[in-house]
Design a protein around this ligand. Sequence first.
Ligand SMILES: Cc1ncc(COP(=O)(O)O)c(C=O)c1O
Length: 423
Amino acid sequence: MPAHAPMPARMPAHAPAPQAASRRAFAPWLGQTNDVTSVFLAAGQIPDLINLGGGLPEPSLWPVEELADLAAEVIRSHPAEALGYGPIPGLPALRDLIAARCATPALRLTRDNVLITTGGMQALELVGKVLLQPGGTIAAQSPAYLGALDAWRPRAPRYRPMRIERNDHDPHAAMQGAQFAYTVPNFSNPSGRLVSLPERQALVAAAHATGTWLVEDDPYGVLYYEGEPLPRLLDLSAAGHAGSGDGPYDGPVVYMGSLSKELTPGLRIGWVIAAPEMIAALAAAKQGSDMCTSGLSQMLALRALQGGMTERIRPAILSLYRARRDALCAAMREHLAGDLDWQVPVGGMFVWATARDPRLDTDRLLHEGLAQGVCISPSSVFDPEGQDRRSLRINFTLNPPEALEEGCRRLARAIRATLAAAE
Ligand SMILES: Cc1ncc(COP(=O)(O)O)c(C=O)c1O
C-alpha cells in the first residue's frame, strides 16, 4: 500500500471488465490490479487492527499550533498568494528558497531548476507524463514504491528491474534505451535499503554515459537515524560530471523532495530539482494536472522553512522514530526470528523482511494477519509483475512500542497459520 495513505483507493479487482459497447466503461488499466487491493480496502473497517502495513507518520509530531498561527497570518498578510491562483511552477519565493537550501558549492541552482509540486506524488506522475510513451521502459530499483507504479500504470510501461545491491547489477545495461531510471536511494520504500556510495556513483555514471534521465526520489533523506547522510545522486552528478561549465545544474538527475516526512504530509508540498528543460516540461504537464499547488500550502511551507520549523522539530522526529525502529526490531527478534530474515534499516520508516520458508506466501499472510488483527504489506504489490510473494514490508513510525510488540506477536501466529495451511 502506498506510504502516504492508510489504504489505497484503487478499483477493486472484482470491478467489471470494461465492455466495448458500454457507455459507462472505464479505462482498462483500472482493472489491472490484484485482489490484495480489495483486501486492503476492507481492512480499514476491522476494529482494533494494528496497522503495520501503511507508511504514516506520527501525528503528535506535527507543530499544530504553530502551523495554525502561520495559516491565519499568511491568509491575512498575503491573501492573493495564499487564496488565489498562483504561477504554475510555484511561488517564486519558495522556488528560490528550495534552490538555496539544496545548492552546494558544486551544485549551482537557480529558480529555473525548481518546480513546486503537490506532494512528491505529483512529481512522480508528471515525470511519467513527460517521459513515457505508451509501453515505454522504466529501469526501476526493485522492489519499487507502489505509489510510483500506480502513477505510471495508465501509461502501461515495461519495467526493467534494477537489483542495485547485486554484484552482477549493470546499471549501464539497465538504463540503455529506457525512458528513465527510478531509484529511492535513501531507505527505499519498501525495502528500507540505503544505496551505497559506490552504487550511487555507478548509477550516476551510467545515467551520464547513456543520456538517460535518472529519477532520485528522496522523501526519506531527512530520516537518517545513524551516520552521516550519503551524497545525493544530484550532488554526485553535479560534482563529477562537469560539462555545463559554471552554469546552473543541467545534468540527467531529476531529484524529488517532499515536506511530508519532515513537516506534515497534509500540506502536500513537494519539489523537483532538475535541468531547466526538464522543469519547463514538467511545468507544462502540471498545468494540465492542477494548474498550481495550493498557494496557502506554499505560503505555509515558505514561512515554516524561513522560520527554521523543520530543523526545530527534526530532533524529536528522529528520536521517536529511532526508538520505534528499535522497538520493532527487538520485538521481531523475540517473535519472528525463526520465520523471517531482515536487516535493521539505518533510517526511513520500514523494515523489509523475507520468509525463510519458501512456502510462506505473503499474499496469504496478509489474509491470516488480518484474521489475527494485524496488517502488513505483502511484496507482490511492490513488484511490477506482482510475482514476488516471499517478503513483506513492516512500518514502525505510526505505532507505539507496545502496539509494535503486539503486532509482532499476532504476525507470528499468522505465519504459523499460513504455513499450516500450506502443508
Ligand atoms: C518513495 C516515495 N516517494 C514518494 C512519496 C510521496 O510522498 P508525498 O506525496 O507525500 O510527498 C512517498 C510517500 O510516502 C514515498 O514513499
